[in-house]
Ligand binder design. Structure first.
Ligand code: PA5
Ligand code: MN
Length: 192
């Protein structure tokens, strides 16, 4: 048997398992502020009166391949701030994938929230997001996360690099449920 001397290198990327922080190569960050979320909350008048520079969420992605490339995977962490617009909790914009039949995994890292899933018939389902929760988002299912706690909600995501984002459908029609605070506790209300 011939023993080859292999060079064992450090992994080029890393993820902090406690807070989801991504390190190493090709980490990209995007930030969504209240100004970017016009028309997304139910109470647009209240959003309009708030400081437009308020950060609602940040997304950091390990972009080992470019978005749009077929056959790759992207891996990211979203940090969703605590807060409300009127009685509606801060949320991610939410989207279907541009290529509708692409699925995704989300998992909870820290904080407390709700994942809202909606199929093409506008039927919604909600799942609690918390440390260690794992969420399979099937194809043709719009997805949005809502922070129902008082601390940052962070969650991980892994999705096909060609999935893309269809934000338009949600901008036009929204989700058929919203997550709001009623008597100090989160409640899911129907918009139908
Ligand atoms: O790929 C995903 O679904 C996530 O990384 C989201 O893009 C992220 O949580 C931000 O949400 P949205 O893209 O709906 O603004
Ligand atoms: Mn997605």
């Amino acid at each position: 048997m011939k023993v080859e001397e292999l060079l064992i290198t450090e992994a080029p990327q890393n993820v902090n398992l406690l807070n989801g922080k991504l390190g190493g190569e090709n980490v990209r960050e995007s930030i969504k502020k209240l100004r970017d979320l016009r028309g997304i909350f139910e109470d647009e008048n209240t959003r309009d009166l708030m400081d437009e520079d308020t950060v609602v969420y940040k997304v950091r992605v390990h972009a080992s391949v470019e978005s749009g490339v077929e056959g790759g995977l992207l891996f990211g962490t979203t940090y969703l701030m605590p807060g409300k617009v009127g009685n509606e909790y801060f949320l991610t914009q939410g989207h279907f994938h541009k290529i509708g039949n692409r699925a995704e995994y989300y998992w909870g890292i820290e904080g407390d929230g709700v994942l809202v899933l909606m199929n093409r018939n506008r039927v919604c389902k909600t799942e609690k997001v918390q440390k260690g929760s794992l969420h399979y988002i099937p194809a043709n299912t719009a997805h949005r996360v809502v922070n129902t706690g008082n601390t940052i909600l962070s969650f991980g995501a892994c999705w096909p690099s060609d999935a893309g984002y269809d934000y338009e459908e949600i901008k036009q029609n929204g989700f058929s449920v919203r997550v709001v605070e009623i008597d100090g506790a989160p409640a899911v209300v129907s918009m139908l």
